[in-house]
Design a protein around this ligand. Sequence first.
Ligand SMILES: Cc1ncc(COP(=O)(O)O)c(C=O)c1O
Length: 370
Amino acid sequence: MTDKHSQKIAADLLHLRGQGLSKGDPVALPLVSSSMFHLPGDPDGAATYGRVDNPTWEAVEHTLAVLEDAPCVAFPSGMAAISAALFATLKAGQTLLIPSDGYYVTRLLSVRFLAQLGVTVIERPTRSYADGGFDGIDVMFVETPSNPGLDLCDIAAIAQAVHQAGGKVIVDNTTMTPFGQRPLDLGADIVVASDTKAPGGHSDLLMGHVATRDNTLRDAVLDWRKMSGAIPSPHAAWLLHRGLETLEVRFGRMCDTAGAIAQVLADHPVINDIRYPGLPDDPSHTLAKRQMTSFGFLIGLTLADKDAAEKFITSCRFLRPATSFGGVHSSAERRARWGDDVPDGFVRLSVGCEPSVELLDDLLQSLSTL
Ligand SMILES: Cc1ncc(COP(=O)(O)O)c(C=O)c1O
């Protein structure tokens, strides 16, 4: 179950559109696909062109804004949102700090592109992010819990220190969603997220968003979208709007089941190591209790080796062997296959919406074959 604040937001979300309707309007969101808008004379703030305006994006951005309690700009993927946040905040000669153990594509984008444009890119592990201080850091990119290792860092402490040193903080909140962690309330300047994961939730769309309460940053991100052309498709936005209406109920179920499963698997003889911020013995538990309103739906399991991990994943009836996470269907993957710095037998398990007893029985059955 989610916390009281999340439940209030979830109720508001479900009636957001309904409260603005006139008699005869559809209750469900219409999907508007148009590159041109009727525009005689001066534009006067009307919709102009499909790269700049779209009523279906606007509806999804309005919903995301209630969820984040901040204005949001929608993007066609999480990486498009991350690119917008980085390109809108950095310029040549500045320094970017990124996690060495976070989502690897953010690192590739920084090292392969931003560094070529004159940005100095520094990497540190999430767990010791504050070591070395923040002097000279212009933009700090945080991912907590980190994907895939599920390490945490203290957003409030980092934001305070980075602001004192004159920098900005961007938090990738993909692994938690605003129902599990609220980085803007902890002092972050910008939140980025892949809505491809839990917010979409049905593995049928790619989307992302940037949220910020700073109008100058928001305008820069909007300009980036307009000029780079990194716009979401109206169909994906429409699907995301539908997904957001059930996010709270799915997220609550997924996190509750993940907590129950982690507790049982913590003592399993064939599991060498388990990471779940909700486990009292997890190195991040104390910080997780303070910083997060839920412990999430991702669990990290280390099995003996590559073969054991692959056998575990493929023997489960209720686990899809797939990259990505956060869907209604539980899924898992061996992250070393992408070169992540984790043991060969490390499995990232994304707990879905299956009834927990069914899923746990299935996982235990598969582990018993190892
Ligand atoms: C933490 C994190 N951030 C960002 C992304 C990128 O999202 P997308 O695939 O929607 O571009 C991912 C994708 O797996 C992710 O795990």
